[in-house]
Design a protein around this ligand. Structure first.
Ligand SMILES: [Zn+2]
Length: 120
């Protein structure tokens, strides 16, 4: 009898990935943001077109941050599920999530078929 689709070795490496990714996001959101060298060249002031592109950049950065926040939340949930021993189970249908999918996205909440239903 085994409820566990994941062996401990894989679980440990996934946990490692989660912790590392969490560290990356936290470092990125609290530390200095790397700015591409080209941003300086394009940020001349006093020109309508430049202002527009400037606004666009801000928009993109906000979007990235929102995505990071979502991932961060998902990582916390994944770590919590690991603590509870229910990691790797689809939130929607309760089926085990394929280890390959977990390896690719360790913080995923749903299996691939539920994910496809979501985005459809
Ligand atoms: Zn599912």
């Amino acid at each position: 009898m085994t409820d566990k689709a994941l062996d401990d070795t894989l679980l440990a490496s996934l946990k490692d990935s989660l912790l590392r990714k969490r560290g990356e996001i936290l470092a990125a959101s609290t530390g200095t943001r790397p700015i591409p060298a080209s941003a300086d060249v394009n940020s001349r002031q006093g020109d309508m077109a430049d202002q527009a592109s400037g606004n666009n950049e801000v928009h993109i950065q906000l979007k990235l941050k929102a995505t990071d926040a979502k991932i961060l939340q998902a990582i916390e949930e994944a770590l919590f599920r690991m603590e509870k021993g229910i990691y790797g189970v689809c939130r929607d249908c309760g089926d085990p999530i394929a280890p390959a999918r977990l390896t690719a996205i360790p913080w995923t909440r749903v299996c691939i078929s539920c994910k496809q239903k979501q985005s459809a």
